[in-house]
Design a protein around this ligand. Sequence first.
Ligand code: CDM
Ligand code: ATP
Length: 281
Amino acid sequence: MIVERAPAKLNLALHVRRRRDDGYHDLETLFVFARDGDSVSVAVGAPSLTITGPFAAGLDAGADNLVARAELAFCAQFGVTAQHTITLDKHLPVASGIGGGSADAAATLRALATLHGIAHDDAQLIDIAATLGADVPACLLGRAAFGDGKGDALTTIPGLGDMPALLVNPGVAVSTAAVFARWDRVDRGALREGGSFGDDGTLAWALAGRNDLQPPAEQLAPVIADLLALLAQQAGVRLARMSGSGATCFALFDDENARDAAARAIAAVHPAWWRLETAIQ
Ligand SMILES: C[C@](O)(CO)[C@H](O)COP(=O)(O)OP(=O)(O)OC[C@H]1O[C@@H](n2ccc(N)nc2=O)[C@H](O)[C@@H]1O
Ligand SMILES: Nc1ncnc2c1ncn2[C@@H]1O[C@H](COP(=O)(O)OP(=O)(O)OP(=O)(O)O)[C@@H](O)[C@H]1O
């Protein structure tokens, strides 16, 4: 059995530049990955998809699940006739801007590639990833990257070196398509400008950027603005921002004690909000 981690994805910054004729948007983003997330186990055997973990309820294990779609696409592409017994251990909230589904699809592709002797950087594997979702190639790569185009043209960048981070979701699911549809179509400028690949460059680059999906997401879920205000006022925060299309927001800290104190303070006011105390690689 092969076990692959499916870490949470964060967009440290996300600039939406234009709406394309195919309905997608050209964007520029800084992808980074947390230490924690879901995990996917795959073995050759009777075909099944079992979902366990705190967010298993409410997630369908049928053919629409991104894990099932990844398996189907992999077998078709590589002519694999074997069947697979798969378990998804779901720890990330669904439809929350941290790419849980995309991470699961990517982890499934990596596990199947290992099982069937295919390299993780095989060009066909990357092509399959792109057909499954704009975030899936970044999740397949699994390391800090600058993304442009639909978010699937990737250039690796230095990561944050296990920077302490707190992720908080206020319990509202927002649809990525609905958030993009509310974007005001104002191009507020490139993420490339001012970008630097030097020491501390990725964080400085992120600090100079924005998440253009934050205003439309806040229109759909006003609680996001409250969450961001709360995160930003915590001691020791270097950057507080929404990830992806929301509603999960993150705060980055220089030390774990400040992160843990912030987590306790937020839990005291909003015990029902989902929190993840983690580190960003
Ligand atoms: C918001 C981000 O998470 C940032 O990393 C991604 O751009 C979204 O990635 P994803 O969830 O893998 O997105 P997909 O499943 O490919 O697309 C979901 C929907 O989001 C919108 N979408 C997504 C990516 C993109 N560059 N432009 C878009 O307009 C489209 O309406 C699309 O139908
Ligand atoms: N394995 C899966 N995990 C989570 N969602 C899945 C999965 N398979 C299919 N989905 C569907 O995909 C949709 C997006 O889920 P996901 O958790 O990837 O969103 P997200 O975190 O907002 O992603 P992104 O940051 O890429 O926009 C959900 O509406 C969900 O029903």
